[in-house]
Design a protein around this ligand. Structure first.
Ligand SMILES: [Zn+2]
Length: 212
């Protein structure tokens, strides 16, 4: 489920429990997320995906502020900012994987997440769940890896490694939000977050192909 590349690790989710989540969040921490829609996901689906991911993160005490950088964002990446690319799955990506996150295991943080829109589309067709919903959940899951600073998965909640068709179709809310344990870890992670590789990753971004 996880590939370790020296200090970097890729955490991924695949399409193949129960938890409780407190909605009693303290004042939400602001989290700027730059999105790069290199796949050409329809505007409506992107809007729905951001809205859903925003709700999931809000329930974990995080206020997501979305910036569409598909046409480029020239300003330097802030320390708390994250990057989410939406592309077609490149060759060699594990079958059924919906996304990945680059996590610096030494620093316990990451900045760059990728979601595979073509895989999302296949899953949406197969399950009848909307692309926006699947995309929003996948984005929130990968952001979870970046903030939790690990490629590991949880037994319950959104950070499960495998999402079965049945789970997607039955749509139990607790399966698509962060578990209570993950919410606690997310709060700690953001408070201590320092990502010295952020600026390097931001420089790499513009040279990546659109992978359409
Ligand atoms: Zn994952």
């Amino acid at each position: 489920m996880q590939k370790h590349l020296r200090v970097l690790a890729i955490g991924w989710i695949a399409a193949a429990a129960l938890l409780t989540t407190s909605s009693e969040s303290p004042a939400a921490e602001r989290l700027v997320v730059r999105t790069y829609n290199n796949f050409g996901v329809a505007a409506e689906e992107m809007t729905n995906a951001r809205a859903l991911a925003g709700v999931i993160l809000r329930d974990a005490g995080l206020q997501a502020v979305w910036r569409d950088c598909s046409a480029g964002c020239a300003d330097a990446l802030g320390s708390g900012e994250l990057l989410v690319r939406i592309v077609a799955a490149p060759e060699g990506i594990v079958a059924d994987s919906l996304g990945s996150a680059v996590v610096d295991l030494q620093q316990g943080a990451g900045t760059l997440a990728t979601v595979y829109a073509d895989r999302i589309n296949v899953l949406a067709s197969r399950t009848g769940v909307s692309e926006g919903t699947l995309l929003g959940r996948a984005i929130a899951h990968e952001i979870g890896h970046l903030l939790l600073g690990t490629a590991r998965h949880s037994a319950a909640g959104l950070m499960r490694a495998l999402w079965s068709d049945r789970e997607l179709q039955r749509d139990v809310a607790a399966e698509w939000t962060f578990s209570r344990e993950d919410v606690a870890r997310l709060g700690r992670g953001l408070a201590t977050r320092s990502c010295q590789t952020c600026s390097i990753i931001a420089q790499i971004i513009p040279v990546w192909p659109s992978e359409k």
